[in-house]
Design a protein around this ligand. Structure first.
Ligand code: RB5
Length: 144
């Protein structure tokens, strides 16, 4: 199950992603908002809680730029959130950073590109090896 949420800037993109990814067999848990204005840190917390609890394997967050969501999500213990803007960084944030949340900008990306980035994010595995040590180091920073 994949948790997805947005603020008021990302409603149309969230809808498009859910519809597109459903056709490809992904189960999405839609946490809103469906139009009513909301503050992006509230939504970041809601989606990330589903990931840290293990209820959802990954999360997708959408705001105007994706930046506010990234900043908020990365304050939450256990979350490695990546602002995804292109296919290369989306692929490598899974391979090398084991990112568990992706953030998208509804005002900076088209819906078609965003849906393609989601597909890359959800189908690329973590490479492990030397990257595990670095990810463990990040986890260590959370506990300082
Ligand atoms: C909301 O207008 C906007 O500030 C928000 O969606 C986001 O871009 C913040 O980073």
């Amino acid at each position: 199950m994949i948790a997805i949420g947005c603020d008021h800037a990302g409603v149309e993109m969230k809808k498009y992603i859910i519809e597109t990814l459903a056709l490809e067999g992904f189960d999405m848990l839609d946490l809103g908002t469906d139009g009513e204005p909301c503050d992006y840190p509230d939504m970041a917390e809601k989606v990330c809680q589903k990931v840290t609890s293990g209820e959802c394997e990954k999360g997708i967050l959408i705001c105007g730029t994706g930046i506010g969501m990234s900043i908020a999500a990365n304050k939450i213990k256990g979350i490695r959130a990546a602002l995804c803007t292109d296919s290369f960084s989306t692929k490598y944030t899974r391979l090398h950073n084991d990112a568990n949340v992706m953030c998208l900008g509804a005002r900076t990306l088209g819906c078609g590109l965003a849906a393609e980035l989601v597909q890359i994010f959800l189908t690329t595995g973590f490479e492990g090896g030397r990257h595990q040590r670095r990810v463990d180091h990040i986890t260590g920073l959370e506990n300082k």
